[in-house]
Design a protein around this ligand. Structure first.
Ligand code: ZN
Ligand code: MN
Length: 270
C-alpha cells in the first residue's frame, strides 16, 4: 500500500514517482531561516511555521511538501533584528537563489509542474522571486514551458478584520512583528513546549529611521532581539491565525494551480 505521508521525503521513490510523474500533484516548498526570535522562542520559528502551513494545505489539495529550506537570506535590522545577533545564521542572496532554482528544476525533472513557495522569513522575498524567474527561464530553454509557481508569505493572508481582533491596542505593522504577537501566538498554538512566555521581554514596538546603515548599529535593535512585544500573544490568537492563513492559502492554491487527485495518493494529513 502506498505511503500516505504529505512529506515528499517520507515516501519511497516509487510512491513519490507515481504521485508526481503526471505533473498534477502540487509541490509545496517551505522557506525559512535560522534566526534569533527573542529570549522566549527558538531560532527555527521561520521554518516550523511555513512547514506547518504547507502540511495543512497539502492535506487539503492532495499536494506534497518538499523538505524545507532551513537557512534563509540575511536578517535585516528593521524586520528581523539584524544579522549581527548570535545564532542568526544566513545565506548570501546568490546562494539562496541558486539553491532554490536548483530544487525547482529537480522537482520539474521528476514531472512536477505545479509549485507553491510557502515563505516564512520576510528577507527571503525577492530572492525567491529571482530563483523562480531563473528556474522558469532555464526550464523554458529545455522545452518545459508548463511550470507554474505560486509565491506567498503566510502572514499576507491575515486580513484587516483579523488584525483588529488580534491587536485591540493597535497593529504595529508586519515589519516589526518579528518575535511578536503573530509568531508567538502561532508557536503557542502549535509548539507550546518550545515557547517560554515568562522569558518574553515587554517593550514598545521598535522605531527606526527611514534609512538603513551598514554595518548595522546594534543599538537600533531592542536588546531582546524582538521588534515588538510578544506579551499579548496567546494560543487562542494562534488558532485564529492558523485557520485564516491555512484557509486563505488553500483557496489561493486551488484557484491558481491545476491539481488533480492522484490515484495513488489519498488526501490525508499525516
Ligand atoms: Zn520569524
Ligand atoms: Mn524571519
Amino acid at each position: 500500500m502506498a505511503n500516505r505521508s504529505v512529506f515528499a521525503a517520507e515516501l519511497s521513490w516509487p510512491d513519490y514517482h507515481a504521485a508526481v510523474k503526471n505533473g498534477e500533484t502540487a509541490i509545496l516548498i517551505p522557506l525559512g531561516s535560522m534566526e534569533q526570535h527573542g529570549h522566549h522562542m527558538p531560532m527555527h520559528v521561520d521554518v516550523l511555521l511555513p512547514t506547518e502551513f504547507a502540511r495543512r494545505v497539502a492535506g487539503q489539495i492532495d499536494g506534497l511538501v518538499a523538505p524545507a529550506f532551513t537557512y534563509g537570506y540575511k536578517s535585516q535590522q528593521k524586520c528581523g533584528g539584524g544579522n549581527h545577533i548570535p545564532g542568526t545564521t544566513s545565506l548570501d542572496g546568490a546562494t539562496l537563489v541558486n539553491a532554490l532554482r536548483d530544487v525547482i528544476k529537480e522537482f520539474a525533472r521528476h514531472g512536477n509542474r505545479q509549485f507553491a513557495i510557502i515563505n516564512g522569513h520576510y528577507e527571503n522575498s525577492w530572492f525567491i522571486t529571482e530563483a523562480v524567474d531563473l528556474a522558469l527561464r532555464e526550464l523554458r530553454w529545455d522545452g518545459i514551458a508548463s511550470v507554474k509557481v505560486v509565491v506567498l508569505s503566510y502572514w499576507d493572508f491575515v486580513a484587516a478584520e483579523t488584525i483588529e481582533k488580534l491587536y485591540p491596542d493597535g497593529f504595529p505593522g508586519w515589519a516589526v512583528e518579528h518575535g511578536g504577537v503573530l509568531e508567538t501566538s502561532l508557536m503557542l498554538a502549535l509548539y507550546p513546549d518550545l515557547v517560554q512566555l515568562d522569558r518574553a521581554v515587554d517593550h514598545p514596538p521598535a522605531v527606526f529611521p527611514p534609512y538603513d546603515v551598514y554595518p548595522v548599529k546594534p543599538e537600533w535593535t531592542p536588546p531582546s532581539g524582538t521588534l515588538s512585544s510578544p506579551k499579548q500573544a496567546s494560543r487562542e490568537k494562534g488558532e485564529i491565525l492558523l485557520k485564516v492563513c491555512a484557509d486563505g492559502i488553500s483557496l489561493a492554491l486551488k484557484n491558481e494551480l491545476n491539481t488533480a487527485p492522484s490515484a495513488t495518493r489519498v488526501a490525508a494529513a499525516r
